[in-house]
Write a protein that binds this ligand. Structure first.
Ligand code: SF4
Length: 480
């Protein structure tokens, strides 16, 4: 569920990657969400396996690959800007390849408007990248000259994306060794009215439990301590169309299986759906020691008429009961959520109801996004659009309510001892380390600043909280 999960989604990264042996020199830019990051890592693994070099900068690269995002306007703009910028770096005879969600959604426009692009691969067609880059036999022109024939038509975009990788697919990790994303399923079958993802990523297809466990074990052996399970809707894992109920694998079964992977310390669940929790899953999360008691569940709204307009398929009663159940059944559970403000039809009264809900629910983490009109979604055709200024005001109001709550949660932690996964030396100061306790997910939540000692990145340490701020905490290492 590519719910608008705060920074995650907004966090675009240019991913210069390490040099390696001979072949074409390839530079990648990876934009968008962790699911796109995994796709980039699979492309890196693919081209490296094909003997190509991965380089740190676009200058002088034979091939530049931009893995794009197209979830909302801001992401689309950034993807187009990045492609145009990379086109400047394209060398004579070099290639510019565009992959990901913008390619899936606007292939023809991209091909027409940006002639510098050589190949456009859809969100589930990136496994053809190496073939696109393979040298092509020249052919003789009637005039006697010769010209290289393109390996693939400029555009290779599956109308219905169906591809999903497995643990044998080459994957070159980017980012910290000690924390990795594992995509357990791709695509989505839900009808949320504001969301374009099902059109970009296709129908849901889940990997098998033993395949995911094999990948998790291999990652653990390679130094990963924390795996972050991702999908468009994690809680729908196994419910693929055409799979008989009796043959379905469930997220609870997967969580239990991952709980037995000795090489891992933390298993974190992202992108769950409020109405898809059942007792089996809640018990598995509550009782598996390796599963961190952190629930990422984008709720989007609380007003019943709005949940109906958003086609979320459940009522506010379901949401409220879930919050109560999670807090009763999972000790010290940390709940992260996100909301959309300004969806067509949102009245002041509905927004006030949302503010009251956020104030009384005291979420540990909450983000608010302004609605983005996405052509091709049901919401894009709805009347009663909310004015952009009003949307921005509502976002600010909601985030101000949450800022105080977040700070209160952190102040209540002062003096407490916590376990922290060390990320490394802090960008704030060389005398500080940065890390995360289980209540802080990578890339989207605040951090824990650690003083009084130096330990390597990837260490799991005990620390005592000394200070609180709105979104971060500070703690002293307890090395004894
Ligand atoms: S359709 Fe709904 S559940 Fe699926 S990705 Fe979009 S917001 Fe998430």
């Amino acid at each position: 569920m590519a719910e608008q999960t705060a920074p995650l989604f907004m966090a675009t990264r240019r991913t210069p990657v390490a040099t390696a042996p001979a072949g074409q020199r390839i530079y990648f830019v990876s934009l968008g969400c962790p699911k796109n990051q995994v796709d980039t890592e699979l492309m890196l693994g693919q081209v490296e396996a094909a003997g190509h070099q991965l380089v740190h900068a676009p200058e002088g690269a034979d091939v530049i690959v931009v893995n794009t995002c197209a979830f909302i306007d801001a992401a689309k703009e950034e993807s187009v800007d990045t492609i145009l910028e990379m086109a400047q770096h394209k060398t004579k005879g070099g290639k510019l390849v565009v992959t990901g969600c913008l390619a899936q959604r606007y292939a023809d426009d991209l091909a027409k408007d940006i002639p510098e692009i050589d190949h456009i691969l859809g969100s589930a067609d990136f496994q053809s990248l190496a073939k696109a880059l393979s040298p092509q036999p020249a052919f003789t022109l009637p005039s006697g000259g010769s010209k290289k024939k393109r390996a693939l038509p400029v555009i290779q975009v599956s109308e219905t994306p169906t591809y999903i990788y497995d643990h044998e697919t080459p994957r070159k990790r980017i980012g910290a060794t000690h924390s990795a994303y594992v995509k357990i399923a791709e695509g989505c079958d839900r009808p949320c009215s504001f969301c374009i993802i099902p059109k970009l990523r296709g129908p849901q297809r889940s990997r098998q439990i033993d395949d995911i466990v094999a990948e998790a074990r291999a990652l653990g052996r390679a130094g990963t301590r924390e795996i972050n399970l991702i999908a468009q809707d994690l809680t729908r894992y196994g419910w693929d169309k055409g799979v008989a109920p009796a043959d379905r694998q469930t997220l609870a079964q997967l969580v239990r299986a991952l709980g037995k992977v000795d090489e891992l310390d933390w298993v974190r669940l992202h992108y769950t759906f409020p109405s898809a929790f059942d007792d089996e899953l809640i018990d598995a999360i509550a009782s598996e020691p390796k599963v961190v008691k952190y629930i990422d569940v984008p709720l989007q709204h609380i007003s019943d008429p709005m949940l109906k307009r958003m086609r979320r398929g459940h009522s506010s009663r379901v949401t409220r009961e879930l919050m109560k159940t999670l807090r009763t059944r999972i000790d010290n559970v940390v709940i992260r959520t996100t909301f959309i403000v300004g969806h067509p039809g949102e009245t002041q009264a509905e927004f006030d109801e949302l503010c009251e809900f956020v104030a009384e629910s005291k979420f540990d983490r909450a983000g608010a996004f302004t609605y983005s009109v996405e052509p091709g979604t049901t919401s894009a055709m709805l009347p009663h659009r909310v004015d952009a200024d009003v949307m921005a005001e509502r976002q600010q109001t909601l985030m101000e309510i949450q800022r105080k709550i977040s700070r209160d949660h952190h102040e209540a932690m002062v003096g407490k001892e916590i376990e922290v996964l060390v990320e490394g030396v802090s960008s704030e100061s060389e005398y500080l380390l940065e890390g995360r306790w289980y209540g802080q997910a990578p890339g989207i939540d605040g951090v824990t600043y650690l003083s009084d000692g130096q330990v390597p990145a990837g260490s799991l340490v005990r620390a005592r909280v000394t200070q609180a701020s709105d979104y971060d905490i500070a703690a002293t290492l307890e090395l004894s």
